[in-house]
Design a binder for this molecule. Structure first.
Ligand code: SF4
Ligand code: SF4
Length: 341
């Protein structure tokens, strides 16, 4: 592989809105659920909305993506009001563990449709019937519901039961088994058999038919990012992840262009992977008090796994050395050439 880049105009913000969660999954990176950050106050929330409007100012709403994740975002008491306001300006995507009550989900407000509504199924805690019921409720409000089943080998039967119940139903709900990545305190230790299970349970992709979308949301036509991978165009990079090809070590990566990451402290970075922190760069801005930021310089990827699908898909990456595992002797020259190309 030589290059990955967006084909169309598309802008995405990933906002990790809190590190508070009501689950305690064994594989959760501690900083995602340590309770250190709760949620922004009213003033910070208003500024975050302004900051986001500025970031999206050169794309139409159909090509915006505001991905809210946590922790568990729905623990924030003002979450519903925030969604209603934010979704006037961009298409909000929500990643949740789906654990709130059915009553909560029925009452959740939104102005424009969710770009996507992702329920992460955490098999140690989540209940299969509840997750399916929440997906059915949310399907009435939003065109794309996906259940990501976090594949934990010790819960293989439970994971496959949910997958098969959705797959064999006529529910217009997408479902996919997702590998769990290694953290400092958790190693999934997948066997080749586990990888086979993940690869062979293909993504089931279903959504509203176009005519329903036109009837319910006539002003919105959701556009998805299209990715050019060495001349071939894809809608997602599932096969890279499934085949463990998301290794861009030593590639030039254009962070902070079409995608930014906002941490639970409001600090803005150019990707979700933490490379700018690793390189000891300052945050680009703080979305709770600044209105905009200056585009950062590209980086050479130091990691052997690009975990976040948005990082993998939306950021432009160039294999400047054409030998991902080798360390460059003259990186400046290669970067200069790559930037000029
Ligand atoms: S639901 Fe997500 S954030 Fe919460 S403990 Fe589990 S993995 Fe962590
Ligand atoms: S891990 Fe970070 S630096 Fe590396 S390719 Fe992914 S986004 Fe870019």
């Amino acid at each position: 592989m030589k290059r990955i880049q967006l084909v169309n105009q598309y802008k995405k913000i990933i906002w990790e809105c809190t590190t508070t969660c009501n689950y305690s999954c064994t594989y959760c990176p501690p900083q995602n659920s340590d309770g250190k950050y709760r949620w922004p106050n009213e003033e910070q929330t208003a500024n975050l909305i302004d900051f986001s409007k500025n970031f999206y100012s050169n794309v139409d709403i159909n090509s915006t993506d505001f991905d809210v994740m946590g922790g568990e975002p729905t623990m924030w008491p003002a979450f519903s009001e925030f969604c209603e306001e934010m979704s006037k300006h961009c298409l909000v995507g929500l990643s949740t563990n789906g654990s709130r009550t059915e009553r909560y989900w029925k009452k959740l407000k939104i102005t424009n449709p969710f770009r996507y509504f992702v329920i992460s199924f955490h098999p140690e805690t989540a209940d299969i019937d509840h997750v399916i019921n929440v997906a059915k409720i949310m399907y009435e409000k939003t065109p794309a519901i996906t259940i990501f089943v976090l594949y934990l080998p010790s819960y293989k039967q439970k994971c496959l039961e949910l997958y098969n119940r959705v797959k064999n139903s006529d529910l217009r709900i997408s479902i996919k088994l997702k590998p769990i990545y290694s953290t400092l305190r958790f190693k999934p230790n997948y066997t080749s058999e586990d990888w086979k299970v993940i690869q062979e349970t293909e993504r089931v992709g279903r959504r509203w038919p176009d005519e329903d979308m036109e009837r319910v949301f006539p002003d919105v036509t959701i556009k998805n990012p299209a990715i050019d991978l060495d001349g071939m165009v894809y809608e997602n990079l599932d096969h890279l992840e499934n085949n463990q090809q998301n290794n861009f070590k030593n590639w030039l990566c254009h962070i902070g262009t079409d995608l930014i990451y906002i941490g639970p402290d409001g600090n803005v970075r150019g990707s979700a992977c933490g490379v700018s922190k690793y390189l000891k760069r300052k945050p680009l801005a703080n979305a709770y008090k600044d209105k905009t930021f200056i585009k950062p310089k590209a980086v050479i990827c130091p990691y052997s796994e690009c975990h976040c699908p948005a990082d993998a898909e939306i950021l432009k990456k160039v294999n400047i050395f054409n030998q991902p595992q080798r360390v460059a002797h003259d990186p400046d020259k290669h970067i200069k050439n790559a930037l000029a190309s």
